[in-house]
Write a protein that binds this ligand. Sequence first.
Ligand code: PMP
Length: 437
Amino acid sequence: MADRTDPGPGRGTRLDRWHSSYADRAHGMRSSEIRALFAVASRPEVVSLAGGMPYIAGLPMGTIAEATERLLRERGAQALQYGSGQGEPELRDLIIEVMDLEGVEAHPDDVVVTTGSQQALDIVTRIFINPGDVIVAEAPSYVGALGVFRSYQAHVVHAPMDSGGLIPESLDETLGALRRTGRPVKFLYTVPNFHNPAGVTLAADRRGRIVEIAARHGVLILEDNPYGLLGFDGDTQPSLQGLNPEGVVYLGSFSKTFAPGYRVGWAVAPHAVRERLVLATESSILCPSMMAQLSVTTYLNTCDWRGQIKVYRELYRERRDAALSALAEFIPEASWTVPEGGFYTWVTLPDGLDAKAMLPRAITARVAYVPGTAFYADGQGSGHLRLSYCYPPPERIREGVRRLAGVVSGERELVEIFGTGSTGPIPGIQSPAPNQR
Ligand code: PMP
């Protein structure tokens, strides 16, 4: 008999007639905390330090519009047609040029174009994971990856990080302990550069050791690298893929260096894995959008994309500075990571504060963030929150942190008086919301 009191994910209080028909994997699906937040965070009066939305207004829209018009006039029949499951050869050639900046060793044949790197996460997980299989992932980890892993019923074990990213000795211990329990680890999921949500970067002298440890334990690495070209000093770190091409599946994306609306990302994989990724793409979407692929191809061929990446670096550096100086001014009792690129800083609240419980008060104070618990598979992270500085302009970031400071000090008073901070529902959280990111 179906449990008719369980409304199912994202269904509010409505009964779900088909609840008992769902596959087990659908029962594990949850609306992410970020997705739920979007409805309230996107109100104009709220300063959203929650979502990781790139600052698209920085793009040369007029040039892109002209290029799109030319594309449709000159190659419309191709752009509006089906394409190959692996992706357009012309775009795969250009992806090799982009990856060259980060030392990724690949041939265009090794590249599979995907609908954002999110779809790449999905197909990689689909081809490797049976229910109950173990994935080792950083603590904390990208919420969208955890959602994919959960939907395939993986068992996620977290490996600790510090300000230099994954800690090699701890990873070695974690993999060794798992091996002794007889549970094979299918892959290690890592975001080595400008981490989402932790804001840290894997230290150069750890990269070789991480690759060696994974290889020694026979564990594939899934290297997710959407932010690697957004380092504030312009430097790029050597990719893990470049250190061991046969032991790494590498994911890239145009979402942060160009625009997420095209939904174009890619995977680079050892030959046999690549074959299966193409089959998995074909069975789910036949082929990635030709219009999107040729639009990105046109952009790369006709616009100064390297120059645009420099513009983005400057823009996000200024916003990072605004976020960190506001934290130092308004919430000195907290601590935070110092990102050298990317979109996020990871804030550790003063003792006793719970970021998730505090969120309703923050929304009431018109500031939004993502509570740290969203980034763990096992409920850890309550004393942390992720602040995104990518979208609001510097003065709004400062105002948002000032509002947050008021909430933090109110919570501290509650903790002092009652021994505990806020509890309660998040206002507006049931509303339908655009997709999380
Ligand atoms: N991986 C990471 C670490 C991300 O931060 C994101 C987007 N926030 C993605 C993958 C997915 O990006 P997309 O599908 O837009 O390429």
